[in-house]
Design a protein around this ligand. Structure first.
Ligand SMILES: *Cc1c(COP(=O)(O)O)cnc(C)c1O
Length: 372
């Protein structure tokens, strides 16, 4: 579809490629990279990111739901795909038929899945071990033995992996991660045969603790160039390259006399005669209403959003008259200035992860590959 509105997200696929290559270089040769592309590739666009990640040497893609995995298959992606979230038993047939790896946490799930799996198929499973996240996953050796018994008693399953997930790897104190890793290793040792792919680390752990890299790491937020936390940002073993830029253009510019209201509720009133620009982007695009007063960039200069953000538009206070069509950067670098997702996240009391997945589908993703 043609784009008429100038509001767009520009995604730099070369940055994603470089982040994966740099991580692969940093980690032991025996460690593979699983590219986490859930939630539409953290809002970057799943298909292009998936293709780029495979090209850059990722051995597997990871998503949250079977729907996300099936979408990738429908788009012609033949790579291994792991569904990391909990799946209802009904997915077993489809997942087996499409060769999609499913996460399992208990023997009962497997027992119920057996009759659903077509003959001649086997469902690829990764056993999830909860070592401190308190989310899905088994927690003791008995539960693990139960799962192993079911798997060994049928040809319906093939045990492909075992994994856990760190809850606090992005924090300064390494203690909790250490405890989680040890619990994980203890339970992995209880398998009669070590699964082919044992994996634990998310981005934060992959970057901070290469000693936990095991057979693979699940590389999510930092594949897109975003540090998992401010703390991890201070400890990066290599520079991450941000892939995401959010841009639009000045759609309208006018001089408002002193005392004019701007936006719903007139919450902003001009203090003098002021140049006010209108941007064709609003909260339906992910520019949350809580971002009032957030700055944007024009020609490397910061200027504030004023008044309440509308569903599809917002207003900015310009320092002088600027031409309609002038490029506006809401997230990204321009000249010596940069507005990062973290700045929006701080203003909204959240984390950059949430910002990435909040930019609406209505904003077209435009792909390019910078070099260097
Ligand atoms: C989302 C997710 C990841 C990726 O985490 P990042 O912090 O984005 O790297 C890894 N593992 C699991 C189980 C996840 O749900």
């Amino acid at each position: 579809m043609e784009n008429y509105r100038p509001t767009k997200a520009i995604v730099d696929l070369q940055a994603i490629r470089d982040n994966i290559k740099n991580l692969r270089q940093y980690l032991p040769n025996s460690t593979s990279v699983i590219a986490v592309v859930k939630a539409d590739g953290y809002g970057h666009g799943v298909l292009e990111v998936a293709r780029t990640a495979i090209e850059a040497g990722s051995i597997m893609l990871a998503v949250a739901t079977l729907e996300e995995a099936v979408h990738l298959r429908d788009c012609g992606i033949t790579a291994d795909i792991l569904v990391m979230g909990p799946s209802p038993v009904v997915v077993a047939e489809k997942a087996a038929a499409l060769g999609i790896h499913i996460t399992v946490s208990d023997a009962e799930w497997l027992r119920q899945a057996v009759p659903k799996i077509g003959s001649g198929f086997s469902l690829k499973v990764h056993v999830k071990i909860d070592t401190g996240m308190g989310r899905i996953g088994l927690r003791d050796e008995k539960s693990l033995n139960d799962i192993v018994d079911v798997i060994q008693g049928t040809s319906a399953f093939s045990l492909e992996g075992a994994f856990t997930h760190f809850a606090c790897a992005d924090e300064e104190d390494p203690k909790k991660s250490e405890i989680q890793f040890k619990r994980f290793m203890d339970l992995v040792a209880a398998f009669p045969e070590r699964p082919r792919l044992v994996h634990a680390s998310n981005s934060a752990a992959a970057l901070l603790y290469p000693e936990y890299a095991l057979d693979a790491v699940r590389f999510g937020i930092s594949m897109y160039g975003i540090p998992p936390s401010r703390y991890v940002e201070t400890k990066l073993p290599f520079q991450l390259k941000r892939a995401f830029t959010l841009q639009t253009e000045l759609a309208y510019v006018k001089l408002l006399e002193k005392g004019s209201g701007v936006g719903y509720g007139g919450t902003y009133e001009t203090e003098q005669s002021e140049w006010i620009g209108t941007l064709p982007i609003g909260y339906a695009d992910g520019l949350k209403r809580g971002l009032r007063n957030q700055e944007i960039l024009i020609a490397g200069e910061r200027m504030p959003i004023v008044g309440s953000i509308c569903m599809d538009q917002c207003m900015v206070k310009l320092p002088r008259e600027l031409p309609v069509g002038e490029k506006v950067t809401l997230i990204g670098r321009e000249g010596n200035e940069e507005i990062q997702m973290e700045e929006w996240a701080d203003r909204l009391g959240t984390i950059p992860y949430e910002i990435a997945v909040t930019i609406a589908r209505r904003v077209p993703r435009i792909y390019h590959s910078s070099h260097g």
